[in-house]
Design a protein around this ligand. Structure first.
Ligand code: ADP
Length: 592
């Protein structure tokens, strides 16, 4: 046992074999019979006494130097006396046997008795040796116990401030054993600044305030400068006469692991709470969605029902329509047969029309040829008569002959135009597309028609500065179109000017013939490109050749020639202000 005195009582360090929960808690009064009481009172001789159970024991005690603790070794008296009692009984039996035998010699009896006494003494000596061995073992055990424990143990002498500590006291904080003197000051100095005030107050309450024990958690600084949580438990083991504690023992239990577990648990709990919150929020959102979806579904359902009703109705209507369609199908079948028959008719009419058209073309071509020969001789002979080569003619005859000549010329122009149109329409005209200079062509046409303009008192100007250098076109056809358009401008302009410009735009060449003439109404602009269409105000009918004669075929031929080039003729005009005809041709062969 390890015990120490605490005032009038004895404190037991060990757990007692026959009484549980006694370590550092059991306090027994010091009595003469209690072996521990005798030992702490300074009597460390082997003795017979009565232990805490009230049982006779043989005991021995010794102080553990420098600690105030005593090691007590004890053995139940019954165990010690058993051999003695056995010997005494044998002795008694021997004496009785000697008396009864009455012949046994006294010397032999004495020797036997002495031997028994000697045996008893040796037994007692053995018991003492056993007690001493046990004492040594207990001292060793105390040391081993202090060293083997995973906790730091300290025993503070309040007066000196010095503490007796085990190696763990230092190693728990990663210091080498004995790295610094173990004092109350160094201990509190290692505490975290936030913990030390209350810890110091607690220790002070034990030293001065009469508190018997204390227990608190604190952070202690390790050699690496980290903080380590420890549970500090301590107990006052002695006080002086004024009540001030003189000795305090205590332990430090490393709480790092449990603190970490606590922190981890806190983290888990926090994470769990966050997860729960997250899931709750998600569930809430999902719920909202679900509600919204439910509402939408309900609305959809209603719509579906309405649609269904409509569908039913439509189905009925469709059934009626189907019947009608069946009827119509039959009718269509009949109609189809009729249409097929009509188509056959149309086809045969088309064939006839094509034949008729060919016949017309042939007729016009041959007729024109046939007409030109007598016309040329009419004109020739009229010319001879007008020049007086066939004898003198009077004024009236001259006038009549001029009218014949004029009509002949008109007829010839008409025949020529018809021939042109016919050749273009029948595909007899083939374009000879060559590269030519548009400015040169315009200048040649202006040169030809210039005298006519001068005769009509008109200005004829051309601007070919921005004209492209080269275009691909049929020179004869292009000249025919330009002559037609410029001659028309001169013909239908009474005063002012005719200007011609040639420009290039987006891959096209534009020949613009602008006049300040009589203009064309919007209604007539749509028809003047048709064959034989002429629109002349009555006032122009008497202007003669220069004023208004024509065949109504010039524009029709011009438009066809332009379209053969892949081009067209545009027209803008205001009645009384003038017209602008624009011939637009692709600059290169559009068929390439
Ligand atoms: P023609 O000039 O021989 O009558 P065209 O086919 O050349 O036949 O012209 C058809 C008609 O278009 C003309 O009769 C005329 O009424 C009208 N026309 C043509 N050019 C002009 C113009 N520059 N200004 C006004 N009218 C025009």
């Amino acid at each position: 046992l390890l015990v120490r005195q605490e005032g009038d009582e004895i404190l037991f360090l060990n757990e007692l074999r026959h009484k549980k929960g006694t370590a550092l808690t059991l306090l027994l009064p010091i009595t003469e019979t209690l072996p521990a009481g005798r030992a702490v009172s300074g009597d460390t001789r082997p003795l017979f006494g009565v232990d805490y159970r009230g049982i006779d024991v043989v005991a021995d005690g010794a102080p553990v130097e420098g600690t105030g603790w005593y090691v007590i070794s004890k053995m139940d008296a019954t165990e010690v006396q058993a051999p003695l009692r056995k010997t005494a009984l044998l002795t008694l039996l021997a004496v009785l046997f000697a008396l009864i035998a009455a012949g046994v010699s006294a010397t032999w009896t004495w020797t036997r008795t002495a031997r028994a006494a000697d045996y008893l003494l040796r037994e007692q000596e053995a018991a003492r040796a056993t007690a001493e061995t046990a004492l040594g073992r207990n001292e060793e055990r105390l040391r081993l116990a202090m060293e083997a424990t995973s906790d730091a143990v300290w025993d503070l002498n309040v007066a000196t401030g010095l503490a007796v500590v085990n190696a763990r006291f230092y190693t728990m904080l990663s210091f080498d054993e004995g790295a610094w003197p173990a004092t109350l000051e160094t201990m509190t100095g290692l505490m975290h600044p936030e913990d030390s005030p209350s810890a110091i107050a607690t220790i002070d309450s034990m030293i001065h305030g009469g508190a018997a024990s204390a227990s608190f958690e604190t952070r202690l600084k390790t050699r690496e400068g980290k903080w380590k949580w420890v549970l500090s438990r301590s107990r006052v083991v002695s006080r002086d006469e004024t009540g001030k504690a003189t000795r305090i023992v205590g332990t430090h239990i490393d709480l790092t692991e449990s603190k970490e577990r606590e922190l981890q648990l806190d983290r888990y709990r926090l994470h769990l709470e966050e997860l729960v919150e997250e899931r709750t929020a998600e569930a809430r959102v999902a719920n909202h969605h679900l509600e919204a979806t439910n509402e939408e579904l309900a609305a959809l359902n209603e719509e579906l029902q309405a649609n269904n009703e409509q569908l039913d109705q439509t189905n009925e209507e469709l059934a009626c329509v189907n019947e009608e369609l069946l009827n119509s199908n039959e009718e269509l079948g009949v109609l189809n047969a009729e249409v097929t028959a009509a188509n056959l008719q149309v086809e045969s009419i088309n064939t006839q029309l094509a034949k008729a058209s060919r016949a017309k073309s042939d007729f016009l071509a041959s007729m024109s040829h046939e007409l030109r020969t007598p016309l040329n001789s009419i004109l020739g002979f009229t010319g001879i008569l007008l020049q007086g080569l066939a004898g003198p003619i009077n004024k009236e005859q001259h006038k009549q002959l001029e009218m014949v000549n004029h009509s002949g010329l008109h007829l010839l122009a008409l025949v020529n135009d018809i021939l042109d149109l016919e050749r273009v329409e029948s595909g007899a005209v083939e374009l000879r597309l060559l590269e030519l200079n548009p400015a040169a062509l315009v200048s040649s046409v202006v040169g030809t028609l210039g005298p006519l303009a001068v005769k009509r008192g008109l200005q004829l100007v051309s601007d070919t500065a921005r004209a492209p250098k080269c275009i691909t076109a049929d020179a004869r056809a292009l000249e025919q179109i330009l002559v037609n358009l410029i001659a028309n401008a001169i013909k239908y302009t009474d005063s002012g000017s005719i200007s011609i410009s040639v420009v290039e735009r987006s891959g096209d060449v534009l020949f613009e013939i602008r006049d300040t003439g009589i203009g064309i109404s919007a209604e007539h602009q749509r028809t003047i490109f048709d064959e034989f269409v002429r629109v002349l105000p009555d006032s122009r009918e008497n202007l003669g050749d220069a004023g208004g004669s024509g065949t109504g075929l010039g524009l029709a031929v011009s438009r066809r020639l332009a379209s053969m080039h892949g081009g067209r003729i545009d027209l803008t005009s205001v009645v009384g202000e003038g017209s602008t005809f624009t011939l637009i041709l692709p600059m290169t062969d559009y068929r390439a």
